[in-house]
Design a binder for this molecule. Structure first.
Ligand SMILES: C[S@@+](CC[C@H](N)C(=O)[O-])C[C@H]1O[C@@H](n2cnc3c(N)ncnc32)[C@H](O)[C@@H]1O
Length: 301
């Protein structure tokens, strides 16, 4: 009996396994990057997607598999690990699901989406519900190959898409660890005012954008002030980052926080749990995150 399935990001299977172990969630086996658990689903920061109602279905033929899926609901995304030819034949009998790249800041897809895979040629796992609105948790965008100085802006775009909110004209933002300036570029492009802070210089083209101010210095000595958004992609250990975030979410600080928690070598699961316990906060592994998590918080949530 499979009670839930957790999809790990590439190369982060062990990190997800450890998170689940600490949460008391069993994993009986893996199907590719999908951890198959006998237990009920729990919230997972490291999973790209959680299949929350998986059912094992014996299938006699390609047609019976497609019929079973269509009998449950319309939209299905396939996660293929093996039996690829058979999976293609089944998918061809389903209504097409277009995993179109988003044009930021358009919202995440709202259509209900389930996920399925073939565990064996005659055994399908299908979950009508899952936590991510994206096919296999892959939030893809029409990228800008000219404007931003690095690809890091995709993390900010994805975080904003996941929380359903983004900086707007007239709002004020601080961007800590801003250089070379991908996040600052993304925020300025949305029409908000942004103060970028880094020990290293900001790319000149970004520094010259309307609404951008740059202060060279340490992110950790910046005193909190009332701003609409605090962004941080600063390279730091989780503990000092947590202290910094606590200062900014105290009264008189930021209304919203989007912050990357980076791990060098070992994953600090204790620090992760402390971030996860902050009221109003949300911890997620973005499709564009590497060995890092994104913490999002909103005052009053
Ligand atoms: C991953 S990069 C940020 C990339 C940026 N978000 C972008 O989109 O281009 C991390 C940055 O943190 C900065 N940094 C590291 N320690 C810092 C500190 N104590 N104070 C300020 N900046 C720091 C580095 O100089 C580096 O530019």
């Amino acid at each position: 009996m499979i009670g839930a399935a957790y999809l790990a990001a590439e190369g982060l299977e062990e990190v997800l396994a450890e998170e689940l172990r600490r949460a008391g969630v069993g994993v009986d086996s893996w199907h590719g990057r999908l951890a198959l658990s006998p237990d009920l689903p729990v919230a997972s920061a490291w999973a790209l997607d959680v299949w929350t109602a998986p059912r094992e279905v014996e299938i006699a033929s390609v047609k019976s598999a497609a019929d079973a899926l269509r009998g449950m609901q319309r939209n299905w995304a396939a996660y293929g690990v093996a039996h690829h030819r058979r999976m293609v034949l089944i998918a061809e009998r389903l209504p097409p699901v277009k995993a179109r790249a988003l044009v930021f800041p358009e919202p995440a897809p709202a259509a209900h989406l389930g996920a399925w895979t073939l565990l064996a040629p005659d055994r399908m796992l299908a979950s009508p519900t899952k936590t991510s609105p994206f096919v296999n948790g892959e939030c893809r965008f029409e990228e800008d190959h000219i404007g931003p100085p690095s690809r890091a802006y995709l993390k900010l775009w994805e975080a904003c898409t996941r929380i359903g909110d983004h900086p707007r004209p007239g709002q004020t933002c601080i961007d800590l660890g801003a250089s070379p300036g991908g996040w600052t570029w993304a925020v300025a492009k949305l029409g908000a005012a942004v103060t970028a802070i880094d020990r290293a210089p900001l790319q000149a083209r970004v520094a010259a954008m309307p609404g951008v101010a740059f202060r060279q210095g340490s992110a950790f000595t910046v005193l909190p002030e009332p701003v609409d958004w605090l962004f941080s992609d600063v390279i730091a250990y989780p503990a000092p980052l947590l202290e910094m975030v606590r200062r900014w979410i105290a009264p008189g600080g930021a209304d919203r926080v989007v912050c990357t928690i980076k791990f060098q070598g070992e994953t600090d699961h204790e620090a992760t749990a402390t971030f996860a316990a902050i009221p109003g906060g949300r911890l997620m592994h973005l499709f564009h995150n590497k060995h890092e998590l994104t913490f999002a918080w909103r005052r009053g949530d």
